[in-house]
Design a protein around this ligand. Structure first.
Ligand code: G3P
Length: 278
């Protein structure tokens, strides 16, 4: 399974890549906004270092992300709207970064409608995915909350589909009137489901099963993962990729017994053995 970092923060991304286990980056408009606000507050507080990238120049900022990513895929999202609008946005993003960095993936919402009764035809996302796929432009179809959405995206030629695990759990829990910590692992409960899907991880598993049974090449990219156990289970159910925030990547190496063992081993090193390190 590939491991992507879910972030637009250059410091976090640089740190994550330095661990040697990261295979790509996913961004979204909210993550980009957080990164902009972070850089702005650093600037206001006079904390910007001379080498820091000025995020207000978004093209240079994203260029620097691509440099860190070293040709591993970076997903950049379109704003939405009609198929023609999304296609134009996708082409603009793709052509801006493609020449230097041939690893741009265009994130397209499965359904770009934002008002219940708007005129935007809900099938516009699929049309753009199909068009981009014909042109060889990789796509990451985002905001997937049902296997049916994933099936359509795969049929349209998506490179990746992104089921949102944590947000699916939020939906099931809030519909049931539960109070919950959004980062906590959600154990499926009897009689709680979103149209038969009992958790975000079951959503991932069902999509993997459908793609395997029917031979789709589209990769399942488990997103909105908020704790290490979700990453483990995404791997167990066969997700091709898990995209994870830096805090979760760090939490993945922690275990109280690991620390306890380290304390004991560190104390027990004899000086004769230490000689070997010289
Ligand atoms: O990749 C999607 C992800 O950024 C959403 O995560 O925790 O906001 O649901 P979250």
């Amino acid at each position: 399974m590939k491991l992507f970092i879910d972030s637009a923060d250059i410091d976090e991304i640089t740190q994550a890549y330095s661990y040697g286990v990261i295979d790509g980056i996913t961004t979204n408009p909210s993550l980009i906004k957080q990164a902009v606000l972070h850089q702005k507050s650093k600037s206001i507080e006079g904390d910007l270092q001379s080498g820091d990238i000025k995020i207000l120049d978004m093209k240079s900022y994203l260029d620097s992300l691509f440099v860190v990513a070293k040709q591993t895929p970076i997903s950049l999202e379109v704003r939405g709207g009609t198929a023609d609008e999304m296609y134009a946005q996708a082409r603009a993003l793709y052509s801006k970064f493609k020449t230097k960095f041939n690893c741009v993936v265009i994130k397209i919402p499965i359904n770009s409608q934002i008002e219940e009764f708007s005129d935007v035809d809900e099938m516009q996302g699929l049309q753009v995915i199909r068009r981009l796929s014909h042109e060889g432009i990789p796509t990451n179809v985002t905001l997937i909350f049902s296997p049916e959405q994933a099936l359509l995206a795969a049929k349209a030629g998506a490179t990746y589909v992104s089921p949102f695990v944590g947000r699916e759990d939020d939906f099931i829990r809030s519909n049931a009137g539960l109070t919950y910590d959004k980062n906590a692992y959600f154990e499926p409960e009897e009689n709680l489901s979103d149209n038969g899907i009992e958790s975000g991880l079951e959503l991932v598993r069902d999509i993997v099963t459908i793609f395997t049974q029917h031979g789709f090449q589209t990769q399942v990219l488990a997103a909105s993962l908020r704790n290490p156990r979700q990453v483990r289970e995404a791997a167990l159910v066969g997700a091709h990729v898990a995209t994870v925030p830096l805090s979760v990547i760090k939490a993945m190496v922690r275990h109280p017994k690991t620390m306890e063992g380290m304390v004991a081993f560190t104390k027990d090193f004899v000086s004769e053995y230490d000689e070997l390190f010289k």
